[in-house]
Design a protein around this ligand. Sequence first.
Ligand code: ZN
Length: 296
Amino acid sequence: MKKICTIVLILSASLSYAQTANQPPDHPSVTVQGRTYTPRSILARNMGTPEDQETQFPPHKIIGNIYYVGTRTLSSFLIVTPQGNILINSTYERNVPTIRKSVEQLGLKFSDIKILLGTHAHGDHQEGDAAVKQLTGAQVMAMAEDVPALRDMKPGGKEHPIDKMLRDGESVTLGGTTLVAHLTPGHTRGCTTWTTKAQDGGKTYNVVISCSLRPPNVVTPPIAEEFNRSFKLVRSLPCDVLVGDHPAQYDMQAKHAKLRSGGPNPFIDAATCRLEADIEEAMFRAILAEQKAAQP
Ligand SMILES: [Zn+2]
């Protein structure tokens, strides 16, 4: 009996190790605006469950010509113009049919996507690029610093399409809409924050489509340098509407619920434009402090 118990104990210990092996640690913790976060809780907040990552979220207009066409926890944005549309983030390849369904539910054609962009070279945001390119023939454009990581992303052995490499500050224009690519590295080398202007109700609004600012488990000096620059840069961007590559970064579900009640557009929310940067910068500084304290 004792022997069986020991085996069970070893088995359950190795199972829980396997489950947490890919997880960031549950420390340090930071509190921002009354909420406490750890690296693990931020990742869980961003990703949700496997089901959340694949389940369609109701497609909706955010502001002007910008629409949400992603899943519950992985954002995809569609920018609609008279000369065709721009898709930002294909997410996982298995989600491409779901994104297509969302685009069609908005009354638009998936094949009208002329340009495919992304926020950063991780599979949960850009693995589906080759599939979107196959279905639409869209031009795929990516920040040069993310291209090596994108080239390594080959779902089912398919080459990652790159039609144009972008540089920091470069513009992408289609049908009268211009998006500006800002290099905001740290999370990946070519993490790209997109800015544009949207017209709504006779007014012009500054829209920021942000790249993740979540620091890795170990922050090396070059990555720290990138983040120091990126936090400063994202804070300097004019912003009335902020959306991010995971909906939890901008409290999408709560804002979407308000949208249905019919008041002013809940996505126009300059007051929370820098909240995600505040959370991630606090975490970044706490990780650096923890790393420094652990040094002999
Ligand atoms: Zn990522």
